[in-house]
Design a protein around this ligand. Sequence first.
Ligand code: FA5
Length: 344
Amino acid sequence: MGDISISGELDRLKSESLAQIASAGSMDDVEKLRVFLLGRKGEITSRLKTLSSLSQEERPAAGAALNAVKNSIEEALSERASSMKKKEVTERLEREEFDVTLPGRPVGDGGFHPIGAVMDELIGIFQELGFSVVEGPEIETDEYNFQMLNFPDDHPARDMQDTFYVQNGARLLRTHTSPVQIHAMLKRKPPLSVIAPGRVYRCDSDITHSPVFHQLEGFHIAKDVNFGHLKGILELFIHRLYGKNTKLRFRPSFFPFTEPSAEVDVSCQICSGKGCRVCKGSGWLEILGAGMIDPNVLKAVGYDSEKWTGFAFGMGIERVAMLKYGIDDIRLLYENDIKFISQF
Ligand code: FA5
């Protein structure tokens, strides 16, 4: 490098390259030239690689000369690219016609999500029956979610497998809407009839279980309330929701905060009780837990448990919606697929 023939060759490379760039007729041509000259195996790059074989005295001058050529090529490429871009845009604008009188695409009407629709319908039914709506926090303490609901310290529902803890275990995402019973009872005096709709969280996932789902809690505290009242209310809303021929099944169960307790199944609307994958072949799907409020819960909020009695229930809204609309996988409710959602 540095001698006349090599610098002559560089001059030639520079003037040839600049001429090629000047005659590039499109963005595509400019890009091809960039790769040819400056790409990994390009003319300039391969010359830069040979610099290391020169002697220490020759290297600085040769490097400077090569870099100067590289800079002018880069500059020319970027100028050509911007003028080609302008040219292509102008040509496109001339070629394509834009009809400003064309009517816009119609925007379809929005609709209710099946969970929201079922929730609204249920709230309407219970409001007609005299229940008032109360909401509670989704982030709870162990005290409200478990202790005041009479959960023993070693109850399996407190297990990390079911409960999402936050703040190093100091708080948790409520696993059910039952803590709203406590919030409401502490704020109000009996008699009271309350429903509490809301989102709840559990470490659980399959075709009928979701880690985030919705419940509707309901409870009624007055004098001389008995299990017959609870049955009557549940039957009434199930028949309103699914029609008079729908069957209900009460199975004895256990909840720390109710005694006696029951789980309530509805005859599967998806297979008309014949057995399918949603009801796991049984013809029934569990939609709620219920029972007579345990006197210990009433005592914990300062109510006189000799004077007041009550029932409570908590239902899974997704299950209610699945049965109502014949949805056979709970996860479909959360995928936000417009084609699926707009059927309801
Ligand atoms: C409870 O959560 C009680 N708090 C219900 C209750 C309230 C009983 C008041 C007595 C008095 P359970 O864990 O069974 O109970 O849940 C109630 C309903 O929520 C179930 O019947 C089911 O319909 C629904 N459910 C439970 N887990 C899930 C889940 N992972 N995904 C969707 N729905 C669920």
